[in-house]
Design a protein around this ligand. Sequence first.
Ligand code: PGA
Ligand code: ZN
Length: 399
Amino acid sequence: LIRSVSLRRILDSRGNPTVEADVLTDSGGFGRAAAPSGASTGEYEAIELPPGEAIASARQHAVPRLVDEVHAGNQREVDAALRGADGTDDFSTVGANSAVAISMAAAKAGADVLGAPLFQHLGGTFRGGDLPIPLGNVLGGGEHAKAATHIQEFLAVPHGAPNVSEAVFANAAVHDRIGELLDERDMPAGKGDEGAWAPAVTDAEAFDIVAAATDDVAADVGFDVAVGLDVAASELYDAESEVYRYGDVERTPDEQVDYIADLVDEYDLAYVEDPVEEDDFDGFADLTDRVGDRTVLCGDDLFVTNVERLRRGIDEGAGNAILVKPNQIGTLSDAVDAVELATRNGLEAVVSHRSGETEDTTIAHLAVATGAPFIKTGTVGGERTAKLNELIRIAEDAV
Ligand code: PGA
Ligand code: ZN
């Protein structure tokens, strides 16, 4: 049984406080995990409380339901206890940040008791051997870097890589090559919240630079490295005037769908996340009809890792992939439910970090455990490489 749950405030990668949980079991199992935090958060995400409040509330409501009551190794029971303690649909009592930290820490304690790696504990013996392709944020702006591109993330997609390690290094090489190209063009650049280059360039210039860099790296490594996007279109959408604003350029919802469809063809985009705003299931479905046969169209703010929103997307043909962020929904069980519903219906799962991260590596294990075809967890920077390096270690073990 769980003997203790301790909670504390620690730093995230932006320097903001976040919640860390330690779970200890009677048999000496130990797990520690921390909640990440978004900047371009979806309207329908579970509620992140200020960490101090989330910790106080979890100590009052959740910890008594876990200690001496639940086995850390029984993830469903741990997560049901968290839901029961909270009593709302969106974790607004306990805070999704406390909930997800405890859920992940309990999973690690459960794995520790078994003496198994976390991916094995979560995925089981029959999980299959496929490892996720890492999507690497190499250049961007939006809410992650204000003076840079309107599109939030330009991603390297090393889908021809023979293994995880070569994929991870290819993404780093694209990031490095972009740095060189920016230097050559006299375009000084800092980095955004996820370590991607954040130059003050137009989106058109960004496409040009990222396409050149992925081509150069592909030629070098000898496998295909494509370009992907997270448009994070909800952040560009002005609901009052019903237009998407790219600086001075405005696009109506129909024009937005045309624009994205054209980009898919022009740049052979392998992946596009949140191409339209989070309430536009119709626009998402329209785009899926038009280009869903040749690119991954992934809902992040659209689905928020929520099976009810995903079910609606499946019914309406909106998208062919779901982004999976455990803190959007509050527990690992809920995140796994979203992956399973997606997979049963032919959608792909993309397990993802947040822009505010810690050194926690749970998502690398979750991606492997669920057999997700993709993981999105940045390219450089310690809180990103923590996950990527864990994936490289897992790959030694898992196949
Ligand atoms: P966020 O951004 O973590 O700031 O929400 C990541 C994303 O939109 O995928
Ligand atoms: Zn996103």
